[in-house]
Design a protein around this ligand. Structure first.
Ligand code: ADP
Ligand code: MG
Length: 529
């Protein structure tokens, strides 16, 4: 198997972007495309801001604290309490907006959005509707689902707006006791809502967008993006239409709890809508929920009619003013955009390009490294720990060998305790020709089995050094050929496939220690004589 194919297969099995069942994917989209429908997808994403306190109160934000333990009077809407805007949340919003090339509003406003529900004690949510923090951004990302796309392609989705808002509490329904309880820990947790234009066509693109947004927010440190904890929540608006015609009626799919879920939910919904329209029925504009277990979207009961949110300006908060240039004006102490601009770190796309140039690795490898913080850390440490270390050998050891072996052991990267310097040692042994790839694999296996010896010690003690001496290699080849006169005849009669048998025998004979490139060369020479 070539390394490229193996890389594809690895990615195919491990990348969250990858749709579970490739066959079903193809069938579904074929149906859509054959009938000349085009999918249209626009995402609305809520990202929980990393902050130690809430958006408008001093209560803490820790995930999983005891029920109703992090609730200030304001969060419980006790009369007489007032909101105080959390400066850190504004900075996070601005940083994110800058990273997404948004236009930032020098003055934005907060609004009340009313609805009646037990987990919203004030009867309204404070959000930004008329004039949000930022508008008109864009997110560029790579769409690359190995097995589906041959090559990565670049896609851009425009960002309609980015706004700050507070989260609601959580209702807990106790069916047996026939009562509902409310946990207000989440009430007032700071969120950024990002509204994307309907620029996407299918589930893979939607998942790839979410993946890249998550890469960016994690890099900025503005959101943990742990979808399983609800830190990143994706609503997908989905419709289909024919090219050149107006957009179709859309549905909104909520409750999507993973990147892979985004791909699956959108694909399911596109397929469902295609079937409806093909059967002469209509798509109903409704909110649906993604049921990950049943792998389908289902209508949500609680939102049957269009709500009137009775938006009104939040009277208890002043307009949010930002400092747009270097010189503080009359409003000193404002959040300064130039200051935050200086704090912007290297963004994921910049990292991918740098890795490609600096280390001469492929685009595909750069994409995979940047998608996984731990992998990137490993790679960076390996390259920093020793000058002149072969970057391509390092990437290969990480992306092919390490991931494959972790896979076999059903371990995640986070659980891997092998240090980058041990991995680096293995690369060095391979780079210097002391060992070959097969031995590198065995050394990695030892390291993963918590062997405490260094790779170099293991090689020395077990005699795993590579056989490179040309004389010795010739002798080994001679021995194997002598033992197989019949195979030689077959080979010379044109059955070149038996060449592999010679190579295999030599590998076995030398316990996989021979320099296989040299063996192949030597064998070819001897067989052509
Ligand atoms: P509303 O005013 O009902 O909230 P918006 O125009 O604000 O509607 O759009 C909300 C979200 O729905 C956006 O993310 C947008 O990209 C998406 N969207 C709008 N129209 C469509 C459509 N026809 N198909 C798919 N997504 C759509
Ligand atoms: Mg909207």
């Amino acid at each position: 198997m070539t390394s490229k194919v193996m890389l594809r297969q690895h990615v195919f099995r491990n990348n969250p972007l990858i749709v579970l069942m490739q066959r079903r994917y193809k069938t579904d989209y074929r149906n859509l495309k054959e009938k000349k429908w085009r999918g249209v997808v626009g995402l609305e994403i809520h990202a929980q801001i990393v902050s130690s306190s809430k958006l408008f109160s001093g209560a803490g934000t820790g995930f999983g604290s005891p029920v109703n333990a992090s609730v200030a009077f304001f969060d419980a809407a006790i009369p007489g309490t007032l909101p105080v805007l959390n400066r850190r949340c504004v900075e996070v919003g601005v940083l994110t907006a800058l990273a997404l090339s948004c236009q930032i509003n020098p003055v934005s406003w907060f609004d009340r959005k009313h609805y009646f529900y037990a987990d919203l004690p004030a009867g309204y949510q404070i959000t930004q509707q008329r004039s949000p923090l930022a508008r008109n951004g864009q997110l560029q990302f790579q769409v690359f689902t190995p097995g589906v796309h041959k090559k990565p392609y670049t896609k851009t989705s425009r960002i309609h707006q980015l706004q700050l808002e507070q989260d609601s509490g959580k209702s807990l329904h106790d069916e047996e006791a026939q009562r509902s309880l409310v946990d207000l820990n989440r009430a007032g947790i700071p969120l950024m809502e990002l509204v994307f234009e309907p620029d996407l066509e299918d589930g893979e693109e939607a998942a790839a967008l979410v993946n890249e947004l998550s890469n960016i927010l994690r890099r900025l440190g503005t959101c943990s993006c742990k979808m399983e904890e609800g830190a990143l929540r994706v609503d997908a608006n989905v419709s289909i239409h024919r090219k050149g015609e107006p957009l179709g009626v859309r549905t909104e799919v909520k409750n999507i709890g993973s990147v892979r879920g985004v791909a699956n939910a959108v694909r399911y919904e596109l397929s469902r809508q295609t079937e409806l329209l093909e059967a002469g029925e209509e798509v109903v504009n409704e909110t649906r929920a993604w049921d990950a277990q049943a792998r389908q979207t289902v209508p949500m009961r609680d939102k049957e009619e269009k709500q009137d949110y009775r938006y009104m300006p939040e009277p208890n908060l002043p307009p949010l003013r930002l400092q747009m240039d270097e010189h503080p004006g009359p409003h000193t102490g404002l959040v300064s955009i130039p200051e935050l601009q200086k704090q912007l770190p290297e963004l994921p796309e910049q990292t991918r390009q740098r890795l490609q140039v600096e280390f001469n690795i492929s685009r595909e490898s750069a994409i995979i490294l940047v998608n996984e913080d731990v992998l990137l850390q490993y790679f960076t440490s390996m390259m920093e720990e020793k000058k002149g270390r072969d970057s391509r050998l390092a990437v290969n050891l990480l992306l092919m060998e390490l991931l494959k072996q972790l896979n076999k052991k059903k371990m995640t990267l986070e659980e891997c305790t092998v240090s980058s310097s041990t991995l680096g040692d293995i690369v060095d042994l391979q780079q210097s020709g002391t060992i070959n790839l097969l031995t590198a694999r065995k050394l990695l296996h030892e390291a993963l089995s918590s062997c405490t010896q260094s790779p170099a010690q293991i090689v020395k003690e077990r005699g795993w050094a590579q056989i490179t001496d040309p004389q010795e290699i010739r002798k080994i080849c001679e021995q194997v050929l002598e033992k197989n006169p019949k195979l030689i005849q077959e080979y010379k009669a044109g059955k070149t496939k038996v060449f592999g048998a010679f190579v295999g025998q030599i590998a076995k004979h030398t316990e996989e220690r021979a320099d296989m490139a040299a063996v192949v060369q030597q064998l070819k020479k001897m067989l052509s004589e």
